[in-house]
Design a protein around this ligand. Structure first.
Ligand SMILES: Nc1ncnc2c1ncn2[C@@H]1O[C@H](COP(=O)(O)OP(=O)(O)OP(=O)(O)O)[C@@H](O)[C@H]1O
Ligand SMILES: [Mg+2]
Length: 383
C-alpha cells in the first residue's frame, strides 16, 4: 500500500509499504523533509529505506515487553509490528502517522490526544481475554518499554499506567518516591507519578506530558542526528548534538539527572529514557523533556540482604561505572542537603508494607538512600 508519512498535518514522504508486514519497501516521493523524525539522515537528498524502517519498527511494542506473547495470541497477530498500521502508526508521544494515499483522513479526526480510543489492546496487554470484536485503534500499539503498560483516558486525561515486576513490584512505588525526591531537590521539570492499586497490585500512573503541538525526541534520536567522532566521549557527543540542533538547557539538565539518578540508584537511564521536546508546527526546540521512567531503581530486583548502597552498580547512559559517571557532574552547589534529610521519613511514608514488601525491606531502603545522600555530600567536598 502507498502511504504518506505525516507529521501532524505536514506531509513528509510518500512510501510504499508491504500490506502484510508493514515494512517500508520504497521511498516514492519527498515533501517537507525538515519534518522528518530527528535522526533520520537525508545525506543523499532523501531518507534511506533502512533508516525509515528502523524508526518505523522502533514504534512497535518491543519483543521484550512482559506478557507480549500471550497478548499477541489473544489478538490473533503474529508480530507486534502488524499492530502499527491498525492505528495508522499514531502515538501519544509524537504526531507522526501514515496516511493511506487514497484516503481523505485528517489528523484532527483520528489523533489520540483529542479523540477517544479503545481500551481493548491495553486490557489484552494487561492479561484480559479479548472481546468478540476487538477494536485495534489504540495508542498502546505504539508504546515502548519492557514493563506491562497501557494508555487510558482517566478524567479526560491521557494517562500511562505501568506495572512493576516480580517479586517486589517496586517500580511503581519507586516512581512515587522519585516524584518526592524531585520536589525535595527543587526540580520543576519532572513527570509526577501516583500509585493505583488494582486487586492489591500496585501500578504507576502518570499524565501525558506531550500535547497536540509537541513531540518527545529521545536521546537515541538526538545522538543519531550527528555522526559520532571517536575523539568524543558519549557524553560530549550527546551535548554536541544538542548544541547543533539548538536544544536549550541540556547541560544543566543532565547535571541534575545524574544527581537524581545517583540518589535513586537508577540502573536504567538508557538513551531511550530521556530526551527533548520539539514543537511539531514550528520545529522549535522547547528544552529537555521532563524526567520520566525512574522506577528501575532502589535495588528493585535485589533481595533485601543484597542491598548495599556502596556497591559499584552498573550505571547508564554515559558510563557503566557510577564513579566515572558522577565525575561528569560539574556543580554540586545547588543540592539542598537540608531537604534531603527528610528522605528517610519519605521512604517510610511512601513504601507501606504489602504482600510484596515487608517492614525490614522498607527500613533497609531508607538507610540505603540516606547513605547515598551522605556519599553525595562527600563527592561535593572532594570537588
Ligand atoms: N508521561 C508520558 N507522556 C508521553 N510519553 C511517555 C510518557 N511516559 C512514557 N512515555 C513514552 O513511553 C515510553 C515507555 O515508557 P517508560 O519508559 O515509562 O516504560 P518502561 O517500560 O519503564 O521503559 P524501559 O524499557 O526503559 O524500562 C517512553 O520511552 C516514552 O517514549
Ligand atoms: Mg523507558
Amino acid at each position: 500500500m502507498k502511504c504518506i508519512l505525516m507529521n501532524k498535518n505536514t506531509p513528509v514522504v510518500e512510501l510504499e509499504l508491504d500490506d502484510d508486514t508493514a515494512t517500508i519497501l520504497k521511498v516514492m516521493q519527498t515533501y517537507e523533509l525538515d519534518f522528518l523524525p530527528v535522526g533520520i539522515d537525508t545525506g543523499n537528498g532523501s531518507p534511506s529505506k533502512k533508516a525509515l524502517n528502523e524508526w518505523w519498527f522502533g514504534r512497535s511494542i518491543p519483543a521484550s515487553r512482559s506478557g507480549i506473547r500471550a497478548a499477541l495470541e489473544q489478538l490473533g497477530i503474529e508480530h507486534s509490528k502488524q499492530l502499527l498500521l491498525k492505528c495508522y502508526g499514531l502515538s501519544l508521544s509524537d504526531q507522526y502517522w501514515m496516511k493511506p494515499v487514497d484516503s481523505k483522513l485528517e489528523w484532527k479526526n483520528i489523533n489520540f490526544f483529542e479523540n477517544d480510543f479503545s481500551d481493548d489492546v491495553g486490557n489484552i496487554l494487561f492479561g484480559q481475554t479479548a472481546p468478540q470484536n476487538i477494536d485495534l485503534m489504540s495508542p498502546c500499539n505504539t508504546s515502548d518499554g519492557w514493563l506491562k503498560k497501557k494508555w487510558k483516558i482517566l478524567d479526560a486525561k491521557r494517562c500511562l499506567i505501568k506495572a512493576g515486576s516480580n517479586p517486589f513490584m517496586q517500580e511503581p512505588i519507586n516512581e512515587v518516591f522519585g516524584t518526592r525526591l524531585h520536589q525535595r531537590l527543587g526540580c520543576n521539570n519532572y513527570v509526577p507519578y501516583k500509585v493505583l492499586l488494582e486487586n492489591g497490585i500496585p501500578y504507576s500512573v502518570c499524565e501525558n506530558f506531550i500535547n497536540t503541538n509537541t513531540e518527545l525526541v529521545n536521546a537515541v534520536s538526538i545522538n543519531r542526528s550527528m555522526k559520532k567522532r571517536s575523539q568524543f566521549s558519549s557524553y560530549e557527543h550527546f551535548i554536541n548534538a544538542c548544541d547543533r540542533l539548538g536544544i536549550p538547557g541540556m547541560k544543566e539538565f543532565v547535571d541534575y539527572m545524574l544527581v537524581f539518578d545517583y540518589l535513586m540508584a537508577n540502573t536504567d537511564r538508557h538513551f531511550g529514557n530521556f530526551g527533548a521536546i520539539r514543537n511539531v508546527e514550528t520545529l522549535e526546540w522547547i528544552g529537555p523533556a521532563p524526567i520520566f521512567d525512574s522506577g528501575t531503581s532502589l535495588w528493585h530486583d535485589k533481595l533485601t540482604r543484597a542491598i548495599n548502597p556502596f556497591s559499584e552498580m552498573e550505571t547508564k547512559p554515559f558510563y557503566s561505572s557510577v564513579s566515572k559517571q558522577m565525575e561528569l557532574v560539574s556543580d554540586f552547589s545547588w543540592i539542598p542537603f537540608e531537604e534531603l534529610k527528610h528522605l528517610k521519613d519519605d521512604i517510610r511514608e511512601i513504601f507501606v508494607p504489602t504482600e510484596f514488601m515487608d517492614e525490614e525491606r522498607i527500613e533497609v531502603l531508607a538507610e540505603a538512600v540516606n547513605s547515598r545522600v551522605e556519599e553525595l555530600q562527600c563527592m561535593k567536598k572532594k570537588l
